[in-house]
Design a protein around this ligand. Structure first.
Ligand SMILES: [Zn+2]
Length: 289
């Protein structure tokens, strides 16, 4: 190879070497750049992961938060039963399904409206006369026409079944009840008299809605008349007011002859409930002294 040739040809190898060097430098630079890029990418990935973990933790907390507030709300509803917005709390409670709430439901359903008008107590619109709720002496309506008409229909129906019913005691005024009660106290003593007779003002007979049918004594129990009344009286708007087994709640012994007129709709409801009127209306029947 001649020198010139070499020179001529040297130029190419030289540039080739340079190119090689350059390409090597470029390669190194590229690798470094890749490394840096990878590190940045890694750092970015770490940051993203950290944030994701943070979010997950935060998300978990957020899920728990409503439960916590629900619990505190429930606790609040529990303690605000006497507040004026207790009904509202009940409505809120109804939309939830936790056990303390479902326990509250019956309480909400058994809330009753008690009014006292001219000294007479009405619970859910029903006039009350028992040992807790007396009538004023001035209340003197006589046997009310609706009571009489309902009895007439019932007696007519009974007659078709061969059962003869009559009113042995209907309306009793405050004064009449006083005479009767005082006589019982004189004979049997106050404690015994209170189990079967009412003090003046506390008798349901003064409401105008109560009647004693046929024989108002223990011998009436189990008779065909008593059985017919128990089976059919609600069809005419009456209930057996002092049922067997409810003596401690009504305050009276079982009286299959003593009927109270409530109207057909309510009488049917009370009968179907299996409750005595006190239980049905959420009241008691006890003398205060
Ligand atoms: Zn009676």
């Amino acid at each position: 190879m001649s020198n010139e040739q070499y020179r001529n040809t040297d130029k190419r190898p030289e540039t080739a070497v340079r190119r090689k060097r350059r390409s090597r430098r470029e390669d190194i630079l590229l690798t470094r750049l890749k490394a840096v890029f990878c590190m940045i990418l890694f750092a970015f990935a770490v940051v993203v992961c950290a944030k994701a973990v943070q979010n997950l933790r935060a998300g978990g907390k957020k899920e728990n938060e409503p439960q916590m507030t629900q619990m505190t709300e429930n606790a609040a509803a529990k303690t605000t039963t006497t507040a004026p917005d207790a009904e509202l709390a009940g409505k809120n409670a109804n939309s939830e399904t936790t056990p303390p709430v479902s326990e509250k439901e019956p309480k909400q359903q058994t809330e009753h409206k008690t009014e006292v008008i001219d000294g007479i107590t009405y619970v859910d619109g029903v006039m009350i006369a028992n040992k807790s709720y007396p009538l004023p002496e001035s209340y003197d309506p006589g046997l009310l026409p609706e009571t009489q008409e309902a009895f007439n229909k019932m007696a007519a129906a009974a007659e078709k079944d061969g059962i003869y019913l009559f009113i042995s005691s209907g309306y009793r005024s405050h004064f009449e009840q006083k005479v009767i009660y005082d006589d019982y106290v004189y004979t049997d003593g106050k404690k015994a008299a209170d189990t079967y007779s009412s003090r003046a003002g506390y008798s349901e007979h003064q409401t105008g809605y109560a009647i004693d049918v046929n024989n108002p004594s223990d011998s009436f129990r189990g008779t065909d008349e008593a059985k017919w009344i128990a089976e059919h009286c609600s069809d005419y708007g009456f209930i057996v007011r002092y049922p067997e087994g409810k003596e401690k709640i009504t305050g009276y012994e079982y009286e299959p002859w003593h009927l109270r007129y409530l109207g057909k709709k309510l009488a049917k409801k009370v009968e179907a409930s299996g409750l005595c009127l006190e239980e049905y209306l959420g009241i008691d029947s006890k003398y205060s002294k």
